[in-house]
Design a protein around this ligand. Sequence first.
Ligand code: ATP
Ligand code: MG
Length: 473
Amino acid sequence: MKLINFIRFFLIKKITIPALLKEFGGVFEEAGYKAYLVGGAVRDIFLGKKASDWDVATNATPQDVMKLFKFVVPTGIEHGTVTVHYKKHEIEVTTFRTESGYSDGRHPDSVNYAATIEEDLSRRDFTMNAIAVDLKNGRIVDPYGGKRDIQKKLIRTVGVPRERFLEDGLRPIRAIRFSSQLEFKIEDKTYREISTEPVLKKISGISLERFRDELLKLLKAPKPSLGIKQMEETGILNIFIPEFTACRNCIQSDDRGYHIFDVFDHNIYACDGAPAAKPLVRLAALFHDIGKPAARTENTTPEGLKVFHFFNHEAESEKLARKIMIRLKFSNADTDHVCHLVKHHMFYYTPDWTDAAVRRFLVKVGSENIPDLIDLRLADMYGKYNQPVRLHDSAACDNLIEFQERIKAIEAKNQALSLKDLAVNGKDLIGIGIPAGKQLGTILNQLFEAVLEDPAMNDKEKLLEIAKKSIRD
Ligand code: ATP
Ligand code: MG
């Protein structure tokens, strides 16, 4: 295995390019241009992973590229980038360029086109991202030792870390995100540079949207907790989500011994425990107990035990989650969904719940949210010991499985779970003399309650009977 790695990293000067990309490169070659595969796709090739998307760098200008292909969208023309739709693939093509700073923390101030791929690679952030593969012949261009760093699982900037971080304050956050995503180490000196005053100042100037997008990418890493801890240690977290500070050293372990982690670690391990494919559930897990420091009370039981309480912390967590997500410019839909999950994360099903109780729960949280809420609960339990719940509390796990079975059984019966499933509607009630208005709404809700309690009541005649009785009383 070691030998194979050695060959892959050091002896190979060329790589085999997928047929479609080779064909794509041929279009540039025929027209007299150069084209290279760059960025994450090249990194993925050396990591033995399948590339998720292809970025191509060329000396053709965006206008030239538009002439070469039929379907070209000017997705980032101000940065020299267009997206070519080629045989069911979307390929981002960017003209070789050099850059001169990001004074608004968002866009490069100006785009200067470069003459060579080497010059283009010199403006890229990390050595592992500054490797190019010539689409004509598979030749590797690696002027900064990117292959070597990939093999060592090391993140290093192209050039002097401080200079590169001061050009664009997103780079330190990208370094941390890549470190979690790839499980690479940020080279020591580079890492230390992040917490220096000028670099932190530069970081605090980036746009909140750029931070949000990196956070979302971090949430897809195998263990986002690694990155969140690095953000805490370097001071980045305190810039963007200072609400977390109070969670560190907010001790939950009282004399009853239920908890081993403080609220901070519990939240970030819970985040690891949520499915990587569900970034919003991961976000809900990250925030689910963030309101605990504000809700914490302490008292001593008659037996002399010291106990901590966090009454209604889910409401406080929901409030903070909303504040943070609005600040980070998440969409209203994403914010509402995460907040809804946080608000309802404290449910405790027991087998003695009646079917009516299960139906009421479904109405309260919405059937469509059940899978995410169950995932959040599993994540919460993961975060208790930083391991899958199956390993430390199989009874809790079985209990959740039973709850899901009960829900499934109830859903299969297609019983009324919302007002619109009732056998009567507002018009029917108006028909028996109830005036449109507040009273009508109250009666409809009464009927819905009756049906939730006993689905056999969902019958037009029976419901109108109750309604009539209700006006008489
Ligand atoms: P992924 O797509 O997994 O996030 P990637 O390396 O492809 O990884 P992109 O954000 O798609 O990252 O950027 C493509 C390439 O552009 C990077 O590999 C890097 O060479 C360069 N790049 C992106 N952002 C910056 C930046 N802020 N500063 C310098 N170079 C950057
Ligand atoms: Mg990419």
